[in-house]
Design a binder for this molecule. Structure first.
Ligand code: PEP
Ligand code: MG
Length: 757
């Protein structure tokens, strides 16, 4: 059969290479023998390997035919000469008269002037160029297509040698290979903190170790079967109800289907098998070639399609290798920094929490669920780190800086040292805060301040004891809904709340009823597209229109707190009438439960969040209606100043410590005092020592914040004379003629009184 004849050469070569790889040889010797094998097999006078260094130079690592004295001396920059052009373009060059090519560059030390024909292929791994493999002949000739294929296949074997680190041993002192190059990527910090550790790729790259086949026909059948089931699985996904309509998800799957039926793709893989590769190695080879080509595209739409193609090839690899699960089933790093293109919140919770030092996402937004969960777990998070996954390998050392939004992949020693110092400093500060855990939170002038924490998931709860919080001032119940794939049932909700109450062991917990809608998306609860979701059908509005949903939650809360105290509050209240409506529903639930003999909570505390400015003109009605009020400063500020809290362009435009907002807060404190209504505040401003200081001066005696902020806020208030600051602050707020900055006054007050902020 002609196919067999054509592939006989490459197959013999690959067999020899397999034997060479298995022999206990020093790396230089192995490489020398490899090039000599290739040269004789391809009937070429020259075969050379150039390896890309971290300084962008391609260095001659081995040669058969050129001057041996040039090994480790002959160099070309990326883009320079024929070899540099191949590396930069990640494309082969097949020339019958190399010297006539405009990019040809003569390296005198090699003695290559007598060779005319030239075939060079990139050495690729996961789409990255690691070097170049070249053969040359004196006579002018064109290398056949199957010879190009054979060279590309051989280059995979050398890529493996580079990736396993074998060539490091013969790298000149002080130089590094490109694969180990240190890279810094500027991205967005989504959660503060420093993470030092080792990369764990969330979508693990399948490492194909079985490169060479014994029977090409058998491998072609394996490939055909795998493609068949891949196509079926895509059709199956497309016919599922949730993607049956139009939408982004469907579009992605349609693209998958298109790729999966692409004859060109299949043909290239079959060719690679005929040249001696196993089915999985053939998939990997074509994936790497395609990726290398597509990586250079600048069109964001096409780049996105590259991800789709990559996903598809990975699916096929999984089919063929039977690979499921993580690459780290045994020996998961104790200092894992997880790299993902995108990730669901539940997937993050699957990792062993104690081993995670950080999370890096190529996509993601500050408000995405996985980020909310990561923040709750106290993990530093980086988002919008474009292209980082392709640059990283499992177990690469990495440092992430959630404060500055930087990722340092394979950092140099000095960088590691600087960060170790930064981490030590942070740890010392944390230690100081921990030492304050059991210290009473009382200001210098004797005001007791209740410091509560915000929570929403079981993973948050251990922080209650660790932070020394007095209780949970805001339990965001929607998070349980957001990370679930289907609507949690009554029993699941009840079990969850019961668990929360058990773990908080008597410390108060304020459950907020569902605050979905707006930016809090629950995938299985599809609301209509809204032009202004923050002002739309959300929170209590949605709950009152879907009383079944709210009643289920109320029932779950009542049942979970049987015999103890239930403290709950409503989000996004606009009119006092809405509170009446929920009270009515609550009453019905209480009656229902008593009718069926359930025991009820010992005490019920019913509160409202103050987030909508309209309530500012109903303060007295509100305060008399409820048992307590909690200011949601994130939303109250957003609505008062008309700035979208999720839009970075405007969210910091106005100062939360400016006069207008502080006056609003002061009015609320006065109304609460007048009505003797317990008052707290649970937005982000409670967790920043400077703004928390202002809140205490305004008269807040209870605040709720992210647990890591409790230490810093307590350190601040221990040094604060609340009465003295209140006098200064009130004077400023009363002064209608001065434009002086309240923030500056607060900063200088803190500095003048040695208050840590
Ligand atoms: C707020 O709006 O301040 C608040 C605490 O609620 P959330 O951030 O969940 O909207
Ligand atoms: Mg809110």
């Amino acid at each position: 059969m002609p196919m067999r004849d054509l592939s006989a050469g490459p197959r013999v070569l690959l067999k020899r290479l397999r034997e060479l790889m298995a022999e206990p040889l020093e790396p230089q010797e192995r490489l020398d023998r490899i090039v000599s094998q290739i040269a004789s097999n391809m009937v070429a006078e020259v075969c050379s390997v150039y390896v890309l260094r971290s300084d962008g130079v391609l260095e001659l690592y081995a040669t058969e035919g050129l001057n041996k004295g040039a090994v480790h001396l002959a160099q070309l920059k990326m883009g320079q000469g024929l070899v540099g052009t191949i590396a930069a373009s990640a494309q082969p060059l097949n020339l019958s008269d190399a010297q006539a090519h405009p990019a040809f560059r003569y390296l005198p030390e090699t003695g290559e002037e007598i060779y005319h024909s030239f075939l060079g292929v990139p050495i690729l791994r996961a789409g990255r160029t690691l070097g170049v493999l070249v053969v040359q002949n004196k006579a002018q000739r064109n290398y056949r297509e199957d010879e190009v294929e054979a060279m590309e296949t051989t280059a995979m074997v050398i890529a493996e040698m580079i990736a396993t680190g074998e060539l490091k041993k013969i790298t000149q002192p002080g130089l590094e290979l490109d694969l180990t190059r240190s890279i810094t990527i500027e991205a967005d910090g989504y959660n503060e903190g420093i993470g030092l550790g080792h990369v764990v790729l969330h979508e693990p790259r399948i490492v194909v170790t079985n490169l060479l086949n014994d029977d090409a026909e058998k491998e072609i059948i394996r490939l055909a079967e795998a493609i068949g089931s891949l196509r079926l699985s895509i059709d199956d996904m497309l016919s599922r109800r949730e993607v049956a309509q139009e939408g982004e998800h469907r579009e992605v799957l349609e693209t998958y289907r298109m790729f999966a039926h692409d004859q060109g793709w299949v043909r290239r893989m079959e060719e690679a098998i005929r040249n001696g590769l196993t089915a999985e190695a053939a998939v990997e080879k074509v994936q790497s070639d395609t990726k290398a080509r597509m990586m250079r595209l600048t069109d964001p739409y096409l780049r996105e399609r590259m991800h789709d193609f990559d996903d598809l090839a990975n699916r096929l690899l999984r089919q063929l290798t039977g690979f499921s699960g993580r690459a780290f089933d045994e020996g998961f790093p104790t200092d894992a920094v997880i790299f993902a293109r995108a990730m669901g919140a539940a997937e993050l919770l699957d990792y062993p929490r104690a081993n995670i030092r950080g999370l890096v996402l190529e996509d993601g937004a500050v408000t995405s669920h996985v980020v909310i969960v990561a923040r709750a777990m106290g993990i530093p998070v980086i988002g919008q780190a474009a292209g980082i996954v392709a640059l990283a390998e499992n177990r690469d050392p990495v440092i992430i800086d959630g404060d500055d939004g930087q990722v340092h992949l394979r950092p140099v020693a000095d960088m590691v040292k600087a960060y170790e110092e930064k981490v030590r400093l942070r740890a010392r500060r944390q230690e100081q805060f921990r030492a304050l855990r059991d210290v009473d939170s009382v200001t210098k002038d004797g005001q007791r301040i209740s410091l509560m924490m915000n929570a929403g998931l079981m993973v948050d709860l251990p922080q209650l004891v660790e932070s020394g919080a007095d209780g949970i001032g805001l339990f965001r119940t929607e998070l349980q809904f957001m990370i679930a794939s289907t609507m949690p049932k009554l029993e699941e909700q009840e079990a969850f709340y019961r668990n929360v109450l058990r773990q908080t062991a008597g410390r108060p917990v304020t459950f907020r009823t569902l605050d979905i809608g707006g930016d809090k998306v629950v995938s299985y609860f599809r609301a209509q597209e809204e032009e202004n979701p923050a002002l739309g059908w959300r929170a209590i509005r949605l709950a009152l229109d879907r009383p079944g949903l709210l009643r289920t939650q109320l029932r779950a809360l009542l049942r979970a707190s049987a015999g103890s105290e239930l403290k709950m509050m409503l989000p996004m209240v606009t009119e006092v009438a809405e509170i009446h409506a929920v009270r009515d529903l609550m009453q019905k639930e209480v009656q229902h439960l008593s009718k069926f003999g359930h025991s009820l909570p010992r005490k019920l505390q019913f509160g409202a969040m103050l987030e909508v400015p309209a309530l500012l003109w109903q303060l007295d009605e509100l305060m008399t209606e409820v048992d307590f009020v909690s200011v949601g400063s994130n939303d109250l500020f957003q609505f008062s100043m008309a700035v979208d809290r999720g839009n970075a362009r405007v969210s910091d435009r106005f100062d939360i410590l400016g006069k207008p907002f502080l006056r609003i807060l002061r009015d609320i404190v006065r109304a609460a005092e007048r009505n003797r209504t317990p008052l707290t505040l649970c937005g982000e401003m409670a967790g920043k020592p400077l703004s928390a200081m202002a809140l205490i001066a305004l008269g807040f005696r209870s605040v709720s914040m992210t647990p890591t902020a409790i230490g810093p806020v307590k350190a601040m208030l221990l040094g604060l004379d609340a009465g003295q600051l209140a006098a200064e602050l009130n004077a400023m707020l009363d002064d209608t003629r001065s434009n002086a900055s309240v923030r500056e006054m607060l900063v200088s007050f803190a500095a003048g009184h040695n208050i840590p902020i």
